[in-house]
Design a protein around this ligand. Structure first.
Ligand code: AMP
Ligand code: FE
Ligand code: FE
Ligand code: ZN
Length: 281
């Protein structure tokens, strides 16, 4: 029998961070586009995983627990995804709570900077777009600016105000790549270098490997064929696992991206094998 290709998506956001879909909506959309497994990888938050699992029960869709962390190196940042981690670990939840509280304080500062420029945006407007106890971030702020008519598209928020070099940017709580990778490894997750094609800092890979990096996101919405090939080659050269996902933010960046990046199910099997080898059963 000819089985159809089974596609998965190992990078999806919900409204527990800056996606616009609830975990339940993510699951229903994933099914519409006929995915077999998806990883919930919210920024600094694992709370969307359980509701996604509950919605996915009896639907033949697998939910892979995940997380996305940002780490600072000098004057740039990189993103790390942790997959298959022990998401119920109390220590992890405690760490993430601290990081999310710092996000809320940081948002207050960005709102104040915008107000200083004469832009009448209120903290409550931003928080209304974010889920209580979720990870509030710049995409929420951008959406609030758009709703308020202060910009004409989401990208403008970043190019004018809250891009890294913008006048209203504030740093998040700073963690190093080593700390991010160690956090993921402490809960038996697979640390993956996220969308390296966006980051344009391949030179950091050897250090990341020293800290315990296990994989690299080869397939991603922002990787064209030549970038994907490049990172596939790098993964092979360094002996890293390959990962892939859409980085879907619901309608947060225009339209849903789930189903647009074709990632084979076998990638997940290989990852699970590697996890057993690394951490034991
Ligand atoms: P934060 O973690 O609060 O610093 O926000 C970072 C998030 O903002 C990223 O994960 C993206 O979702 C979004 N983002 C960053 N730069 C852009 C951009 N130029 N256009 C659209 N979204 C962006
Ligand atoms: Fe995001
Ligand atoms: Fe990212
Ligand atoms: Zn992401």
């Amino acid at each position: 029998m000819n089985l159809p290709n089974r596609y998965i998506d190992l990078h999806v956001h919900t409204n527990y961070s800056d996606g616009t879909f609830s975990p339940e909506e993510v699951v229903r959309y994933a099914q519409e586009v006929e995915l077999t497994a998806i990883a919930i990888t919210d920024h600094d938050c694992v709370d969307g995983i359980l509701p996604a699992m509950e919605e996915a029960k009896d639907r033949g869709l697998e939910i892979i627990p995940g997380l996305e962390l940002a780490a600072e190196i000098d004057d740039f940042e990189i993103h790390l995804i942790g997959l298959l981690l022990d998401w119920q670990d109390p220590w992890l939840k405690d760490q993430l709570n601290k990081i999310r509280n710092a996000r809320t304080e940081r948002m207050q500062k960005m709102v104040e900077k915008l107000n200083d420029l004469g832009i009448g945006i209120k903290m409550e407007q931003v928080m209304a777009l974010s889920r209580e106890k979720g990870a509030v971030g710049r995409l929420h702020l951008a959406r609030a600016l758009l709703e308020g008519g202060h910009i004409s598209n989401i990208r403008q928020a970043f190019s004018r105000f809250i891009g890294r070099n913008g006048p209203c940017y504030e740093k998040r709580m700073i963690i190093s790549p080593q700390e991010a990778i160690e956090m993921i490894r402490r809960v038996k997750g697979i640390p993956i270098f996220a969308h390296p094609g966006n980051m344009r800092h391949d030179e950091v890979i050897p250090d990341l490997i020293k800290y315990g990096l296990m994989g690299i996101e080869v397939l991603h919405t922002d990787h064209n064929a030549s970038a994907s090939n490049h990172y596939k080659q790098l993964a092979q050269n360094y002996g890293l696992l390959m990962s892939g996902g859409s980085d879907c933010h619901g309608a947060g960046k225009g339209y849903p991206l789930m189903g647009k990046v074709e990632v084979q199910y076998s990638i997940l099997d290989t990852m699970r094998e590697a996890q057993k080898k690394e951490y034991g059963e």
